[in-house]
Design a protein around this ligand. Structure first.
Ligand SMILES: Cc1ncc(COP(=O)(O)O)c(C=O)c1O
Length: 392
């Protein structure tokens, strides 16, 4: 558990903690003071100096190196994108796929991943969906019966947004390595809250936005493309993708060689304000440690699970530790409960299976106790007066 003093200083960084019970980091992060300060400094530089662009560009490279270290990658394997969807679409269009090849996904996984691959059906690529219960996680065994010689890609979320499952990337990565299958991971819900070692997990491509566990506003994504996958070709090209960008800015058709590193997938100018914010965010996350954050949210999750059991409220996702992390979906009817939580100044998300509680480094045991107290009141009122309108 993060120490009480450390937790107090983390909460100081997140002023939202003084205003409401924020249990919605799986939706978007509230901003920390250090991230806000980084954005303000960037805006001040742009405002007062119209942008010291070479300085900004140098900082982008420093941030790239920090992001790479964060995932145990090398800077040459990191490209900056707009969001998770862009990264996944880049992957879907870069992997060499022919008519008759197949891609395997999990049924009900995030639509932003599913659509990127379903879009390839017009090229004759088969998309196979593997059924999986919300209470279970995917392992290599889940995928085995669905793959064959024409399987080129397995793709899935590391942590699911709708049930909080933490899929077993280690066994899936091993399977992919043995069978020569690309493993493409949507890490949107796991970055910053679960340590991620792209090499140990044998991930080929990993895409994530940065507005949840990486603590910055929407509009910046991180894309990891393993070195050596030279056959992955960018569907779009800009000068920044080229191996020999022309110094005179005149494109020459006879030299279309693209870069070998992940920068071949980075097109034009990047989200400079967010990149400044990301550097500050990574420093904040590393001052706590991703493993510590993971332990912290898991301990809060343990407490939440036992409280829900006592109240006889089903939690949609898996219960075993290691199979869940910071996302817990409570089987409470959204139509009745979403407004009730809002009226009690608790920020959560409506989800397909109920109400989603998502935990972050700044949440405390007291936060869980407050949530439970409010649920108890809601349940009491509900037994007395059953309609949603009467629940407060
Ligand atoms: C698993 C997962 N993937 C992707 C996204 C979002 O995609 P994007 O970053 O493209 O907006 C979310 C939620 O916002 C998510 O939970």
């Amino acid at each position: 558990m993060i120490s009480t003093e450390k937790l107090a200083s983390i909460r100081e960084q997140f002023p939202v903690t003084k205003r409401q019970l924020y249990l919605d980091s799986g939706h978007q992060t509230p901003l920390s003071s250090s991230v806000r300060d980084a954005l303000v400094s960037f805006l001040t530089e742009g405002y007062e100096m119209a942008g010291p662009k070479p300085v900004w560009v140098r900082r982008v490279e420093e941030t790239r190196a920090n992001v790479a270290r964060f995932f145990n990658a090398s800077p040459s394997e990191i490209a900056f994108t707009k969001n998770t969807s862009e990264g996944l679409n880049i992957a879907a269009n870069a992997v060499p796929l022919e008519a008759g090849d197949n891609v395997v996904l999990i049924e009900g996984d995030h639509p932003n991943n599913a659509y990127a691959w379903l879009n390839l059906k017009s090229k004759g690529v088969e998309v196979r969906f593997v059924p999986l219960k919300d209470s279970e996680i995917a392992t290599a065994e889940t995928f085995e019966p669905f793959i064959d010689k024409r399987t080129k890609v397995i793709t899935l979320s590391h942590v699911t947004f709708h049930a909080g499952q933490v899929h077993d990337l280690a066994s899936i990565g091993k399977l992919c390595k043995e069978r020569g299958i690309y493993l493409v991971v949507d890490a949107m819900q796991s970055v910053g809250v679960i340590p991620l070692d792209v090499k140990a997990l044998n991930i080929s491509v990993m895409a994530a936005g940065t507005h949840k566990g990486l603590l910055v506003p929407q509009g910046l994504g991180v894309l990891y493309v393993a070195d050596g996958l030279d056959e992955l070709r960018p569907a779009y090209l800009a000068m920044s993708s080229m191996l020999n960008p022309p110094a005179d800015y005149i494109a020459r058709p006879e030299d279309m060689a693209v870069r070998k590193d992940a920068l071949r997938f980075e097109f034009g100018n990047v989200n400079l304000p967010d990149l400044h914010a990301l550097d500050a965010a990574i420093k904040l996350i590393e001052s706590v440690g991703v493993s510590e954050i993971q332990k912290h949210v898991n301990e809060l999750g343990d407490r939440l699970l036992s409280e829900m059991e006592a109240l006889d409220i089903t939690v949609v996702g898996p219960r075993a530790s290691g199979q869940r992390n910071h996302i817990y979906v409570l089987e409470l009817p959204v139509a009745e409960w979403a407004d009730f939580f809002a009226r009690n100044n608790i920020r959560v998300s409506p989800e397909r299976g109920g109400i989603r509680v998502s935990l972050a480094m700044f949440n405390t045991v007291e936060d869980i106790e407050r949530l439970v107290e409010v649920i108890r009141i809601g349940l009491l009122n509900k037994t007395r007066r059953p309609t949603a309108a009467q629940m407060d």
